[in-house]
Ligand binder design. Structure first.
Ligand SMILES: *Cc1c(COP(=O)(O)O)cnc(C)c1O
Length: 357
């Protein structure tokens, strides 16, 4: 099956092979050494060696990493503003509500960009200490433009937390100039590993702080950080998931890092968009506003989502439905994973068959 949903992704042979490694206890030195190597390889995706940022590995899905970031860093004695233009921003609001932390949502239309002016007006009131934002809002495929947002946060002294779950490894994350407090992401999207391992990259000083804001023990990043510096973990980790992630990161770096990944996604996306245009299927967003990872297409009157989905699935491809208010109106095609151009060509032929050429 070729997965064109936004994670999990089609695995490469080397990641599959890594899953077949020897059994290993997470309290043995081989595991600690592997953990330290993975942290270095993750940090090397965007950072140079002399960095104030450190990664923390968790056994959870992407939402678990986002929730750990919010649990650990979002304060009870401050206020977090969440910028929303889709499902994942709104999910962060719910997480903070569940944690009983002061939170406010800055709502935008799902199909609109985030508005830096509105952010600035809100921060000027003075009570916001933290800002949380989604980088690639997978609901629509929009890549939120974070340079202006980050600059405003810096100017007003608000600490920035980023959900980069569906952009980490394929879009530029500018740690040096955005200066985020923390960035949450996962193994099973643009890094092409299996689901089950996710991570947060955060300022080391914040990870070392005496006082933790964490509302749960299991999602307290400071607890993990203290042990992971030596390679250990407070709880059992997904050992095979770690093995797979290390193989995926080795492949990622060998193939040319995030820039090369971005290029290959962009090429796949172009092949699909230009072909769908011949069937009069248009993208929901202006393509310059879309991430390289996923594009959303508006369904035409002549084809229903479930028919398109089922016909493609019969032939070995899984596409993805619209969520919430976009359900039934659009379909999404993600281009992550170990997919060849040949397989994309096959997909285009299937579109012809289903849509009638
Ligand atoms: C996939 C995704 C998540 C996490 O989803 P999980 O199902 O928990 O892995 C979070 N944020 C964004 C933007 C995503 O695309």
């Amino acid at each position: 099956m070729i997965l064109l949903n936004p994670g999990p992704v089609t695995l490469s042979q080397s990641v599959r092979n890594a899953l077949n490694g020897d059994d290993l206890c997470h309290r043995e030195p081989e595991f600690a050494a592997m953990t330290k190597r993975i942290c270095q390889k993750l940090e090397a995706v965007y950072l140079t060696t002399q960095t104030e940022y450190k990664s923390v590995l968790l056994t959870t899905s992407g939402s678990g990493a986002v929730e750990a970031m919010l649990s650990t860093f979002s304060p009870s004695d401050g206020k977090t503003l969440v910028l929303c233009n889709g499902v994942y921003g709104e999910r962060m609001v719910t997480m903070l509500q569940r944690q009983s932390k002061p939170v406010e949502a800055l709502m935008n239309e799902w199909c609109s960009p985030l508005c830096p002016l509105k952010l600035e007006e809100r921060l000027a009131l003075g009570d916001i200490t933290h800002v949380a934002v989604v980088h690639h809002e997978t609901t629509t495929g929009r890549l939120n433009e974070l340079s202006a947002i980050a600059a405003i946060c810096l100017r007003y002294g608000a600490k920035l937390m980023i959900d980069a779950v569906s952009s980490f490894g394929a879009e530029w994350i500018d740690f040096d100039s955005w200066q985020p407090l923390a960035v949450a992401a996962t193994a099973n999207k643009c890094l092409h590993s299996i689901p089950g391992v996710a991570f947060v990259i955060a300022r080391e000083l914040a990870l070392q702080q005496q006082k933790s804001a964490a509302t749960t023990l299991y999602l307290d990043l400071q607890l993990y950080y203290r042990e992971q510096r030596q390679g250990w973990s407070p709880f059992t980790q997904a050992v095979q998931g770690f093995m797979a992630l290390e193989a995926a990161l080795d492949e990622f770096h060998q193939l040319g890092g995030w820039q090369a990944r971005r290029e290959s996604y962009q090429r796949r996306g172009e092949m699909i968009s230009s072909h769908l245009a011949t069937h009069n299927i248009q993208p929901l967003l202006n393509l310059t506003e879309s991430s390289c990872v996923l594009r959303t297409y508006v369904l035409s009157d002549t084809i229903e989502y479930h028919i398109l989905h089922d016909e493609l699935k019969k032939a070995g491809f899984t596409i993805y439905a619209g969520q919430g208010q976009l359900g039934g109106k659009v379909f999404r095609v993600a281009v992550m994973g170990a997919i060849s151009d040949f397989e994309i060509q096959h997909l285009l032929m299937l579109f012809d068959k289903v849509m009638g050429c």
